[in-house]
Design a protein around this ligand. Sequence first.
Ligand SMILES: [Zn+2]
Ligand SMILES: [Zn+2]
Length: 350
Amino acid sequence: MNTSPKENPTIMRGVIMHAPGDVRVEDRENPTIVEPTDAIIRLSASCICGSDLWPYRGAEDVDHQAMGHEYVGVVTEIGDDVKTVKVGDFVVGSFFASDNTCEICLAGYQTHCVHRQPGAPTGAQSEYARIPLADGTLVATPGQPDADLIPSLLAASDVLGTGWFAAVAAEAGPGKTVAVVGDGAVGLLGILAAHRLGAERIIAMSRHADRQALAREFGATDIVEERGDAGVERIKELTGGLGAHSVIEAVGTQESMMQAIRATRAGGHVGYVGVSHGVALDGVELFFSGVHLHGGPAPVRRFLPELIQLIWDREIDPGKVFDLTLPLEQAAEGYRAMDERRAIKVLLTT
Ligand SMILES: [Zn+2]
Ligand SMILES: [Zn+2]
């Protein structure tokens, strides 16, 4: 995590996924300003996302792709039209760049911005990244963060913001029982969000002791180990036969989505943020379920100012989801550890 200038500023190290299962750290060209609204940042740390495992496992096409979309760092260069972000600022952004001025952004749906584009098109598992629409996308921290805050700020870039959106979409709040399907970083931080939003009871669905422990630390009151229909039955037993008011879906498979919908009471809300892979909903079942469904790619940018402040004030510590730290050069081992579920989330030091 150093921010000193490098000897050769035209070459950096970065992760390329050549094909499923084939991750390499290579010399790459340093990104440069392309559009006048761009900024270049020096990554202070990087990380691997659960969603990076879809192409890694061959569930999505991948061909020599620069990886990484979660980032924090120091601005090293700005385009001529960048007004609010300055060189030297420590910034957090989201996995989609947005202008933060169009009607969709102003409504809080920056991931659907009319000018949306990848947040780090040059990849963020690398030493430097180009960030488009810098003024709309990046949020500066109140000052240079202490080193121990960097993992939490990095978590805000995606998994915290995504878990938070899921809890908001599921309408977690006082008096509510919230069930969380998925014990990856997003599900665990959905628990933290539901707790902060005042949920009365939070049921984590997990069968891994280490993840259950973190779930409890983040605010879970109950653990359900069963999955599928058995998991739904357990949730119903715990809620007087009704189902939860709010369910967070943080996986993206057919089984997890149906588990979420069926565990929700009539009139309740599902917040779904697991990237959907092969999910098909039966219209008749949906019709008679009486539940609200809301989700999709989380508008992390909406929540960044609030989340950064909570982290800055040490009110929350979402960085605890990083349970393995490796140098960027060992990114391939990081992918293996997450694929084999030996790690919840891997932080890569740059
Ligand atoms: Zn991610
Ligand atoms: Zn917009």
